[in-house]
Design a protein around this ligand. Structure first.
Ligand code: PLP
Length: 363
């Protein structure tokens, strides 16, 4: 990234600096494609996972319209990231003849494949199915191969958001559209990709100078793309999964022992190694979050915050978790730079905070 920033070339320029920038972009494209088990020419670089999901959904709908094989239904799993849900909702609201339906999940946050099969069989119309590879709140890994089989049998299209799964599990799958984000695998923020399988309907939404094979106009973010490529290369070569699974499992076992009453969500599901989502019943997430932050421990709330109002997470709601427990949900993430001492510090801070907060809750 530093080299790209120093050189400052535009990847579309024909002079030496431009050619060097183009080289960096194409090396990154190869690395990202390899990570996803895809072809380099199908990779479209974007400004991140949100743009990639928006581009996939709107691009599929308009692409199908242009190919005179219009999409009339979008099925979205109940646990999709808001960048999928909100764009599907916007399409259903703004594009005549397209409706959206939700695919339910089990209590462990796994997509109900049988329900999807029935939804695909019932009713008419060409369908786009959106199921993520792994959930960003619980880490629950979804049965993508089974989903892809039903989608293929029904002649439908499949969008797989692999943002959380990339670099942690093998993400190669039979998706028509697959989305990635660099910062989830150690790359820079503001860099991502959409991979469109050859033959899948797709219309460009950002016309411009013809960049990204005319599929996404705009001068490429060469440094961001170079960083994404480097992260993808490292992720494909070296897996940290076993070490992180040990850290996560030790954290959860100790938490259950030291803070009785803790609920761990999706504990029965196959999960990514980097996520632990739990609730300390009776203690609101935002109270815990602020107290832990003062102690130097940075965790996330499992709840979505919008316009200053904290709402229970739609993911936990879809899993049947009651609102009063869902508002207590905290999320701890483990990454390439997490260590045993971080786990010890987080456990100590949690134990100290609960000892202070619980008597007040009981009173
Ligand atoms: N999809 C999932 C599953 C995510 O977890 C995120 C980010 O948290 C996104 C999409 C959006 O990616 P970005 O932050 O690059 O816009």
């Amino acid at each position: 990234m530093t080299r790209a920033l120093e050189a400052g070339g535009n990847a579309s320029s024909v002079h030496a600096n431009g050619r060097a920038a183009r080289g960096a972009v194409e090396v990154a494209r190869e690395a990202v494609a390899r990570l996803a088990g895809a072809r380099a020419e199908d990779v479209i670089f974007t400004s991140g996972g949100t743009e990639a999901n928006a581009l996939a959904l709107w691009g599929a709908v308009y692409g199908a319209l242009e190919a005179e094989a219009r999409l009339t239904r979008i099925f979205v799993s109940a646990i999709e990231h808001s960048s999928v849900r909100a764009n599907a909702e916007a399409i259903a609201a703004r594009v005549a003849g397209v409706r959206m339906a939700e695919i339910p999940v089990t209590a462990d946050g796994i997509v109900d494949v049988e329900a999807l099969r029935v939804m695909l069989r019932e009713g008419k119309g060409r369908t786009l199915v959106c199921v993520m590879e792994a959930n960003n709140e619980t880490g629950a890994i979804q049965p993508i191969d089974a989903v892809a089989k039903h989608v293929c049998d029904a002649g439908a299209l499949l969008l797989v958001d692999a943002v959380q799964a990339a670099g942690r599990i093998d993400i190669a799958c039979d998706a028509d559209y697959l989305t990635l984000s660099a910062h989830k695998l150690g790359g820079p923020q503001g860099s991502g990709a959409l991979i469109v399988k050859a033959g899948a309907p797709f219309a460009s939404l950002i016309a411009g100078g013809g960049q990204e094979r005319g599929k996404r106009g705009g001068t490429e973010n060469v440094a961001g793309i170079a960083g994404f490529g480097a992260a993808a290369l490292i992720a494909a070569m070296r897996s940290d999964a076993a070490r992180l699974t040990n850290l996560r499992d030790r954290f959860e076992a100790e938490l259950l022992r030291r803070v009785p009453g803790t609920t761990i969500f999706a504990a029965g599901a196959p999960r990514l190694c980097n996520t632990s989502n739990f609730a300390l019943p009776g203690i609101a997430a935002e109270t815990a979050l602020m107290a832990l932050d003062l102690d130097g421990v940075m965790v996330s709330s499992g709840a979505a915050c919008s316009s200053g109002k904290v709402r229970p997470s739609h993911v936990l709601k879809a899993m049947g978790v009651a609102d009063d427990l869902a508002t207590c949900a905290l999320r701890v993430s483990f990454g390439w730079n997490s260590t045993e001492s971080h786990v010890d510090a987080a456990l100590a801070a949690l134990e100290k905070f609960v000892a202070r907060a619980r008597p007040r809750v009981a009173a």
